[in-house]
Structures are given as C-alpha cells and as structure tokens.
Design a protein around this ligand. Structure first.
Ligand code: CA
Length: 620
C-alpha cells in the first residue's frame, strides 16, 4: 500500500472532495461527534450521519486500525449510525468515510482522528480543597461586544430586558480569571456555553441546540478551550455545565427525528411533575414516575429518551468529547433525576472509565437528605441502584442556611436547623463530597433572602466555607447582589457591574464598590484565601455541639490541626463558657481569629459580638 505524505494526502482529499461535490447527490449535513481521538480507553465510536437519504448508501472506511463493525439503519432514511472500532494501533490522521451507491461515491467525509493530550494533570477533578465560583456567562462580563449579535442567531442582545441576552461571553470570563483567583475561588462553573438558539430567554443556555458547538455569542470552541487552558495556567479548574435530560426544541433534528422515540412522546404536551423524589420513592405510582422522567421540562426543552441506546450513546460521547477536547476538570449535570436513572449510571460509568479521577456533580434538588443520598456514589440503596455519581448537591443544607440566619433561634429553628441537617449525614455514603452552597442561579439572591442584613450574610458565608463539603459561591454574592425570583429569573442573574464597557460602576475593583460591598468582599476574600491553606477546614473531621443560647459551635480536625467556629445568632453579644467543648479544646491553649487576625489568649471564656461568626485557628 502506498504511503502518502501529509501534504499529498491533503491534496488528494481536495481532489476527492471536489470530485464528490461534482458527482454528489447527497450533502452530508452533520457527522456527530465531529471528531474523535485515537487511544481512548473504550475503542467503540458510534457516528451519527445526517444527510438526505443517506441510508441508501453503503459506507466504506479504509483506514488502518479502524473497523466499521456495523451500520445501524433507523426509521428516518436521512440517518445512518456507523459503529466503529478504533483499535489500539490506529494512528491520528484524517479518515475518509465513503458513502457509496454501487461503485460510486455519493459523498466522502474527511473525519479527524486526533491525538490525545495525555498530560497526567488533566481531568483530575475537584475536591474539598476547592471552592467553586458559579457564574452566568451572559451576565458576567462582555469581553467582546462584536459577538453580541451574530448571523443566524435568533435572539438579539437587549440589555434592557432582564430576560434577554446581555452580551456577556467567554472573553469576559477570561478577562476576569485573575479577579476570581484573587477572590480566592479555585474552580469556575459557568452555566452552559453551548449553542442555545431558541428565540426567547436563550441567555440561560439550558435549551441547547447544538451539543457540539459553543454559542457564537459566547465565542468559539477554540476560545472555550483557551479559557480552560488559561484557567489551568493560573491554577484554576473548570467545570462544564451539561444537560442530558433535554435539548432545545430547535435542535437540528427537530423536523426529522431519527426514530419516533428519540424524544419522550405524549399525545399532547405534558410537563414533568417536577417531583424528583418519585424516582427513589418505594411507594411511587407508575404514572407519577412516567411523568416525572418522561414529561418535558418546558415547551422549549424537548425531553430526550435515553432509553433509546442511540440517544444514550449520542449523549455519552458528547460528554466525553468535551472533557477530552477542552481538558475539563469536572462536570455539572443539570436536572439530575429527570433523566432515566439506568442511563445516568451508565453515563457515569463510561465517563469514569475514560477519566477515573473526574468529578461530576449532579443537580439533586431535594428537600430531604435521604433523597439526595440516593443519588450518591456507593450509596447502598433499597432497590440496588448504584448511580456512580461522585458528587451531589446539598440542597437541604442550602434551604436550612436560608432559614437559620433569618429567624429567631428555637428548639428546631434558627441555628438548630444547621445542626439538624448535618446530624442526618449518616444517610450519605460520602457527606464530605457534597457540594454546599447558599445561593445559585435558580433562587432568590441570598442577600435579598437575608433582607439585606450584612451580619446574617457574614454568618452564612462563614458557615458555608467552614462546614463539611465543597463550597460553591454564586457570582455577585461577594458584592451583595440582590434579586427576587418573584420578579423573574433574569433579576436574580443581573449583570455584574463593570462587566460592560461604559458601566457607571466597576465592582471588579475596590473603587467601584460601596463601603458595605468592600466589607463583604474583603470578609469573603480573607476566608477564601485562608481556606486554601488550611487542611483542617478542607478535609477535617466535623464535630458539632448542639446549639445553646443561640450559639452554634463546631470543630474541624485534621492530623493535629484544628479549627473552631462559633456563630452567635443573637441580637446581643454572648460570653460563652468554653468548658462544654473541653474534649475538642484539649491540648490547645489559644487561637487566632481568621477574619480579624485577633489573638485569643485563652480558651476558658470567649465573647462573641451580636450576630457574628468567629473562626479560630487553634494553637497549642
Ligand atoms: Ca459579547
């Protein structure tokens, strides 16, 4: 067999392509995934090929190390699914796929098989030493006004509309990586950056219309990859927000589904009942379950049927494609219990097979710890379900935080809520692996919920960043941004002041923040940067003492290192007799306040001001 040089091969391809244009009766509109890699753990690759009556052709591949094992035909004549094996000895290069009718090529596709980036530091996941900064790309910063409106995109930028597109983008994130790093977060989680070409409220990005393409209003795939690389150079990690439950109803296949069951179909539009606990409920009715998982999230979001193995493969390969392409550290998976749970377990297995250290956090939005626990990796469930999900979200603790600092202390109210939620940690296989948060993009802003009370906000943040779990903060928390969900989602996702050229204030700088905002920002930055250095607060065993007299005290201990946190949720200062905590104070004689650097010379009795947290690094 003749060996072509690279340039000869390119020339040959040009000849092939131009030939195929002349003779071609079929134009290939899509091949997904658009590229792949040699040397993946799993040798299988399933290509979705879309083109008018492509199923009438016979695909042929002659590429060393690649076997076209079988071809799957579906109901629509416009699709073929090619089942390939990429053997270990396959080399990177351009693989031609010939779609033949008899001896004639009806189409030729040049498919890229790339070389993997085998840097061992990639895909290492996040852990308890990390703090995640959640941001909405459309609302964080507009680094490139030239992409605010792009040809072919249905929704135009309109900053005056709270639910419209505002023009924020990937360049805006890149421009502020240093800001996030200085604040003390270690990991960024941007809400989805994939194309969402729906006509309305597309800024949130959860109605994806192309799983393989960054929305051009955010930038390009290449720029996204650069953002991850830039973040890595600065020691920051990146989590990609993914959505396998549904796609935007305007996805390319909308008028020509490969199979009728590609979506969960109903005689008339049927929403999910949004009651996620149905999925793990031993007493659930079949109809409730069917509607929970098979109902649509929204008219703009088509519910994908992952029980169809072709759909499942499409989604799994897409997730792997992004991890490999962009070099991701982790994934956040949207609306977790809304996808079929058998598929979710398989999706996780496939990801962990390729990337054993990657971390995936599922949006497990439940009120009760037991329901969250059902979804956690290694949980022993009554029905034998094993999710393999490495990280779940601690919504119960979030809800407890929002009440705890917002009401008087009682036997089961105020601070007791925090104690009581954590007291249920026995239901979790790994309580430390929970993502803990007080705010996110789907809720009334924390500072609004706390009635604009800075003391309550400081107590919340101090607790969030010192309790067990991996903390997440929501962009704008650090400058006390407000917004009530009752006024619409857009209001809880306002533009970060200073993110747009011409903004009257730039809250990315101290000069652009009010005195109160700087107080909050500095408080948060101090704790976050200290947190980076303290193993006890990251990984330490938690011991909590029952709340007495409106004061909550707990310790984090790690190999002789110990942190004590005291929270006084009273309108007056409290002097606390410390003898109750003797077990944990044993061996320590003094300490230092993390937020004020004040030295505490004795541990017999400590006075805490009204509505305040005190974080103490204990010393011998
Ligand atoms: Ca822009």
């Amino acid at each position: 067999m003749k060996i072509f040089t690279k340039s000869a091969l390119v020339a040959l391809l040009v000849v092939f392509c131009s030939f195929s244009v002349q003779a071609q009766k079929i134009s290939l509109q899509r091949v997904d995934p658009p590229s792949w890699w040699v040397g993946m753990h799993d040798p299988h690759l399933q290509l979705l090929v879309f083109g008018h009556e492509i199923s009438k052709t016979q695909p042929v591949i002659n590429y060393p190390g690649v076997v076209l094992e079988s071809v799957t035909h579906v109901e629509s004549p416009d699709y073929l699914f090619l089942n390939l094996i990429i053997k270990k000895d396959a080399q990177p290069g351009t693989m031609e796929i010939h779609f033949k009718e008899g001896k004639k090529d009806k189409a030729v596709y040049a498919y890229a098989l790339n070389k993997r980036n085998l840097n061992p530091k990639l895909h290492d996941g996040f852990n308890n030493s990390d703090v995640i900064y959640l941001l909405m790309p459309d609302r964080f910063s507009n680094g490139d006004p030239s992409n605010d409106n792009m040809p072919g995109m249905l929704e135009q930028a309109n900053r005056k509309d709270p639910n419209g597109r505002h023009g924020g983008d990937i360049q805006g994130i890149i421009n502020h990586l240093q800001y996030i790093k200085d604040l003390g977060a270690t990991t960024i989680w941007p809400t989805p950056l994939m194309e969402d070409n729906m006509p309305r409220t597309s800024y949130h990005g959860y109605a994806i219309t192309d799983y393989y393409k960054v929305d051009p209003r955010y930038g390009t795939n290449q720029l996204y990859k650069k953002m991850v690389e830039d973040a890595h150079k600065m020691g920051l990690k990146v989590i990609q927000d993914m959505v396998v439950n549904h796609c935007g109803t305007d996805y390319f296949w909308k008028n020509d589904l490969p199979t009728h069951d590609w979506y969960n179909q109903w005689p008339k539009f049927t929403r999910s009942n949004f009651h996620g606990s149905v999925v793990s409920d031993p007493h659930a009715s079949k109809s409730d379950y069917k509607q929970m998982v098979g109902g649509w999230f929204d008219t703009s979001m088509a519910d994908l049927n992952q029980n169809n193995p072709l759909v499942a493969n499409y989604l799994i390969q897409n997730s792997i494609w992004w991890v490999e392409y962009a070099g991701l550290d982790g994934i956040r998976q949207d609306t977790y219990p809304y996808s079929y749970k058998k598929f979710l377990a398989h999706w996780m297995e496939r990801l962990l097979e390729e990337y054993p250290h990657i971390k995936v956090v599922g949006e497990t939005w439940f009120d009760q710890p037991a329901t969250v626990a059902y979804w956690q990796q290694n949980k022993r469930n009554y029905d034998g379900y094993q999710s393999h999900l490495t990280n779940a979200m601690d919504f119960p603790l979030c809800f407890a935080m929002r009440q705890a600092f917002n009401e008087p202390n009682g036997w089961t109210t105020g601070l007791a809520r925090l104690y009581d939620v954590l007291a249920q940690d026995f239901v979790y296989s790994h309580p430390d692996h929970l993502l803990v948060f007080a705010d996110n993009h789907d809720m009334t802003r924390l500072f609004t919920d706390l009635k604009g009370n800075l003391n309550s906000w400081k107590m919340t943040m101090a607790f969030l960043l010192t309790t067990r779990g991996i903390p997440e903060i929501y962009y704008g928390d650090e400058i006390l941004m407000k917004g009530d969900k009752a006024d619409g989602d857009g209001v809880t996702r306002k533009d970060f002041p200073g993110g747009w050229a011409g903004d009257s204030l730039n809250a990315f700088t101290p000069q652009g923040r009010t005195v109160e905002q700087n107080d909050a920002f500095n408080f948060l930055r101090t704790i976050l940067n200290w947190r980076k250095t303290n193993k006890a607060v990251q990984f330490g065993k938690l011991t909590q003492y029952i709340v007495e007299d409106g004061v909550y005290v707990y310790f984090r201990a790690y190999k002789g290192q110990k942190v004590m946190v005291m929270i006084n949720n009273n309108k007056e200062a409290k002097t606390v007799d410390m003898s109750r905590f003797a077990d944990d104070l044993k061996g320590f004689t003094k300490g230092k306040s993390v937020t004020t650097s004040e030295v505490i010379n004795q541990l017999n009795s400590i006075t805490i001001p009204a509505y305040s947290p005190l974080i103490v690094e204990l010393e011998k």
